[in-house]
Design a protein around this ligand. Structure first.
Ligand code: R7I
Ligand code: MG
Ligand code: MG
Ligand code: MG
Length: 345
């Protein structure tokens, strides 16, 4: 991959993350979203005459912004700095639709003056830690930052998650999302995407990540591998998969286990046409499909958008869609700065 297209992939990733959040947010928590209503929604946004206030981003992009800004300012992973930015961002604008419990952490961090940035997260849910998708939804900048070092990626991503999500499913889901972005960055979009191989590689990598639960007597010590294998079965099927089956099998909830594999599925499924989604653009198809599944639409569309953008590059993202999202220019700037830092490492 030459340097120009890698810079474009960095932009595609962060703009994809932002766009999925902004366009998915109005539908968060909805079920049975009509495909034709969604088709009109996208056509209107993409059309040349539509004027309306831009769509605002939510906690997904707000926390992504914090991670990007910290990595750019520090040029390294600095957990304390990231924690401070999360807290500052939250108290500046608490109405960004944050997860119900994660905000307790921000209050505690502020009260203890950041003495122990990893402490409050461990107290969530009576000490079991959050398994929400909040670590995964914000991880893209770190996947870009660790473009050329897989070991570093896994370690830093886990620590970034542990600031808020100490449940194994919370941080492993974050690692899976980062690995998916990372794989996309390293592929050439001019070659046909090998969907089966993409998911096999994810399963192989998660077998390393999940091996520390062996012998603990858990019902399923490998929950992400289990979900990814189910995803692979859906993708391999000859006949088309119904949305209800996707929702039932992979999930569309705020739990990382039932949303990160779903986002990856959306990207992989949307490489080729999908019934009732009328567009030639596979990036838009990814985001539109992710929203159509309902549930945690902003987060699943954002994660799917980041993976798709990292694969296809910035050039595929319609300008009109970008214009309807708050902070697009800012996210492009983050991508360019992260590219410079990464390229000079
Ligand atoms: O994970 P988190 O940051 O939430 C992200 C979601 C995204 O959809 C955003 O768009 C935003 O809407 O919120 O925040 P958390 O509060 O840690 O987790 C989110 C939710 O997951 C919690 O409010 C719980 O409903 C659920 N959850 C759990 N429930 C029971 N036991 C997470 N962990 C647990 C658990 O251990
Ligand atoms: Mg949100
Ligand atoms: Mg919400
Ligand atoms: Mg959400």
């Amino acid at each position: 991959i030459d340097s120009i297209s890698l810079a474009s992939k960095f932009r595609g990733c962060l703009v994809g993350c932002l766009l999925g959040d902004c366009l998915g947010a109005p539908y968060e928590g909805d079920y049975g979203i009509s495909k034709s209503v969604l088709q009109k929604y996208f056509e209107k946004l993409e059309g040349p005459y539509f004027k309306s206030p831009v769509k605002q981003y939510t906690d997904d992009a707000a926390m992504t912004k914090c991670l990007a800004e910290s990595l750019i300012a520090q040029e390294k992973f600095d957990a304390l700095d990231i924690a401070k930015r999360f807290v500052k961002e939250y108290f500046n604008n608490p109405r960004h639709g944050y997860g119900q419990q994660v905000v307790d952490i921000f209050h505690k961090l502020r009260a203890q003056k950041f003495e122990d940035p990893f402490g409050p997260a461990k107290e969530q849910f009576d000490g079991s830690g959050s398994y929400g998708n909040g670590g995964a939804m914000r991880v893209s900048p770190l996947a870009l930052f660790c473009y050329s070092n897989y070991e570093e990626l896994v370690n830093l991503v886990r620590r970034s998650a542990e600031l808020t999500h100490t449940h194994k499913q919370g941080y492993d889901g974050t690692i899976l999302q980062a690995i998916a972005v990372h794989q996309s960055l390293h592929l050439d979009p001019k070659e046909t995407l090998d969907v089966h191989n993409f998911s096999t590689q994810l399963i192989q990598k998660m077998s390393q990540i999940e091996k520390d639960c062996e012998g603990l007597g858990l019902d399923d010590p490998y929950p992400y591998q289990t979900q990814l294998k189910k995803m692979q079965v859906l993708l391999d099927k000859k006949e088309d998969t119904h949305d209800a089956e996707v929702e039932k099998t992979l999930g569309t909830s705020v739990a990382a286990l039932y949303s990160v594999p779903t986002a990856i599925f959306c990207f992989l499924r949307a490489c080729t046409p999908i019934p009732e989604i009328d567009t030639d653009n596979p990036f838009r198809r990814t985001v539109q499909y992710a929203i159509s599944l309902g549930g945690d639409t902003d987060t699943i569309a954002s994660m799917a958008g980041a993976i798709a953008g990292a694969y296809y590059g910035y050039g595929i993202v319609s300008e009109n869609l970008q214009k309807h999202c708050e902070a697009t220019e800012q996210f492009i700037e983050y991508a360019d700065k992260l590219y410079k830092i990464t390229a000079s490492k």
